[in-house]
Design a protein around this ligand. Structure first.
Ligand code: SF4
Length: 206
C-alpha cells in the first residue's frame, strides 16, 4: 500500500496515538521519514487532570521544537477519565503490565482506529510499544483486531527495538522534556510511590 501511495506522489497518512512527548520523540523521528503523521493525544487514563495537561503541553511543544521532515499535526481526544475507570473496572488491583493495561491499550487504540477510519487515514498505530514496560505483542494483537473492525491498516510495531527506547531517552534530554515517573493512571502512580518508599527504606537500612 505504501508503495502505491508513493506512486500517487504522496506519503501515506498515519494517525499516531501518543501517550506522552518522551515516548513519541523517537517514534516521530523514525516515522516522519516515511509517513505524513498526525499525533493523536488520547489518554483518558491519565491522573490527575494537571498531569494530563502537563503531558499534553509537552507533546505540543515537542512537535513545534523538533526539526522533522514535513508538517506533523496534533489533535487531542476527549479527556473523560470515567471512560478509563469503566474499562479498568474489576482490574484495579492488577499489577502494571497485566489485564488492566490490556484494557487501557484497547480503549486508547479503539478510539484511534475509529478516528482514523472517520478521517480517511491510511494507517494508525501507537507510540506505546517504545516503553520496555509495554507489551508490543499484545498491542499488535489489539491493533490488528481493531483494523479488522474499522477497515484501516494497523502499522505493526515494537518501537523499543533497534535502540528505540534508548534514543527516546536521548531525545528527551536534548529537548528538556518532562519525564514522569509513572505510566499514567492513579494505580500506576500509587505503585510508583510504593516503589519509591521501598527504595528510600532500603537506603535508610544500608
Ligand atoms: S499502568 Fe499505564 S497502561 Fe496500565 S492501566 Fe495504568 S495507565 Fe494504562
Amino acid at each position: 500500500m505504501t508503495e502505491a501511495l508513493e506512486k500517487e506522489g504522496r506519503r501515506p497518512r498515519l494517525l499516531l496515538h501518543s501517550c506522552c512527548a518522551p515516548c513519541s520523540s523517537y517514534v516521530l523521528e523514525y516515522l516522519t521519514r516515511y509517513f505524513q503523521v498526525t499525533v493523536y493525544y488520547y489518554n483518558p487514563n491519565i491522573f490527575p487532570p494537571e498531569e494530563y495537561e502537563a503531558r499534553a503541553g509537552e507533546q505540543r511543544r515537542l512537535i513545534e521544537d523538533m526539526a522533522l521532515p514535513g508538517h506533523v499535526g496534533f489533535e487531542a481526544g476527549e479527556y473523560r477519565p470515567e471512560d478509563f475507570y469503566g474499562a479498568a473496572k474489576g482490574r484495579e488491583t492488577e499489577a502494571e503490565g497485566g489485564e488492566r493495561c490490556f484494557a487501557c491499550y484497547e480503549l486508547r487504540l479503539s478510539r484511534t482506529a475509529q478516528k482514523a477510519a472517520e478521517e480517511g487515514y491510511d494507517y494508525f498505530t501507537t507510540t506505546l510499544s517504545v516503553s520496555p514496560l509495554k507489551n508490543a505483542e499484545k498491542l499488535n494483537e489489539i491493533g490488528c483486531r481493531l483494523s479488522g473492525v474499522w477497515g484501516v491498516p494497523y502499522l505493526l510495531s515494537d518501537f523499543k527495538k533497534k535502540n528505540g527506547y534508548k534514543r527516546s531517552v536521548e531525545l528527551s534530554g536534548e529537548y528538556g522534556l518532562y519525564r514522569q515517573n509513572y505510566c499514567g493512571c492513579v494505580y500506576s502512580r500509587e505503585e510508583a510511590s510504593r516503589r519509591e518508599r521501598k527504595a528510600e527504606k532500603g537506603k535508610d537500612l544500608a
